[in-house]
Design a protein around this ligand. Structure first.
Ligand SMILES: [Zn+2]
Length: 97
């Protein structure tokens, strides 16, 4: 696990090993002396990495449900078409005969 924090001098997002918490490091961007916070800064925006697993796990079940309902709807439509054509054939046969 790494601690991520912003350099107070140049606002560069920095990452450093958690065991370096409390140490003073040199910012690779502006070379300022930066104290490493004990934990990640609270004002950091939500990490996109934490959102990705939620989105990726919620997508496959939805896709399966959608394809199943679409398959059922397709089968129902096909059956309805067969019924309608059968009924039309009956009516046409009754009219002509
Ligand atoms: Zn800096």
């Amino acid at each position: 696990m790494a601690i991520r924090f912003y350099c107070p001098f140049c606002d560069q997002l920095l990452g450093i090993a958690q065991r370096r918490a409390g140490a003073v490091v040199e910012c690779p961007c502006c070379h300022g002396k930066v104290g490493v916070p004990a934990e990640e800064a609270a004002e950091l925006p939500a990490a996109p990495l934490e959102l990705v697993p939620l989105a990726s796990t919620s997508v496959p079940p939805d896709g399966i449900v959608l394809s199943r309902s679409q398959l059922v709807a397709l089968l129902l439509a096909l059956g309805l078409m067969l019924l309608v054509s059968f009924a039309v054939g009956l009516v046409v046969g009754a009219l002509s005969g």
